[in-house]
Design a protein around this ligand. Sequence first.
Ligand SMILES: [Zn+2]
Length: 412
Amino acid sequence: MSIERAMDILRKYPLCNHCLGRLFARLGTGLDNEERGRAIKDYLLMRIHERILNEGLSDELLNDIKALAMSGHEPSIKFLSNMGINVSPVKCYVCGDNIFTRLNEWADNIANSLRSLGIEFRSFRLGSKVPLDILSRELSITTEFNVSSAESIKREINRELGKRVSAILGVPFNREEPDVEVVIDINTGSVETQVMPIYILARYRKVHRLVNGEGQVRWPIDRVMQAYGAKDVVIHTGGEDPMGTRVLGNGRPVILQVIRPSKRPGINDVYALLRDSDYDIMLDNLSRVRASAVIRMKARVRDYVITYRVLAITDNPVTDDNIKSLRDYFRNRQVVQVFRRGRRVRRRVSMVYELDGRVVRGRLVEFLVRCQGNLYIRGFVHGGFGDVEPSIAGTLGFGIRPIEVDILGISD
Ligand SMILES: [Zn+2]
């Protein structure tokens, strides 16, 4: 938009330097909106002055200077008072009582609120609640004058407050991944803070066989809470382990969501606290991730490739021929599991990529099954009363019961 349009706008709406400057936010890099608005008003006054010198004073030019003066432009106020005309500035049409004069006060409030959290943080994000009438007046001007280069008042307030708070606390402003978030209500001046969780991606191994259900599994959560001075830790696992299953090898992906951390130690310090403990869960390969990693991990679970070791007892003796035919049959074989709930029937399709087995002793057989992450492994072994098709039991033609299931590896 051409600077000349600024005069059209000011004739109709008195705007403070900030609110005028924002409309021309694309012009003059290196200027803040206040300086930009002020420069535009200076320029407009000089243009008018030039015309007065060339054409003489007219009502039109006098009214334009009055409009500039009303918007609080000091040189225009002085220009008029030299002519014996007194004009007092009026409220800015958009922001009213020039809310920008209160930035320092608000920045102090925000800094105090953040300090009073009593926690360690290395970055913050700042937002503001701007009264709707201000936003709608701003919108009415950009619509009426078809301004496409404008910056929003919210953005300017956030940036200006962010700069100030950052300077007070010596902590950078971070939009993407802040340690804390603060929102100020411009109307009331009240400040709300939120300590952002920390997300840690790890691999866990479950080295003991627990038969009392997954609720009994002792995670080193208290150690993690201690490391971060946190209020709680939420565990997000990439899939679930069949009951009583050990998780060996490279382990299963897990993301720990550390709630309201008050300390931010490095990953190595956390890892040191987790070592030599007698929990059922061992955590390894710790790294910091973003919140979005939880959703990404959950979305990939069905495509994990899991290698199971299953120890099973069969009703009849198993021969080498049996093993060979199982091995040949279950090569990239699709397995369908049917779930019945009332009248509803749901089917889950999983791939078995590879199967091998050996007779341990008598009717004790060990199988290695490499399959898709969503395969119901016990059902695949015993056939699930006909609900898993094909299964090891169905293929053998006699009963087989899994007695131990271990995960030897997960590739995700
Ligand atoms: Zn304003």
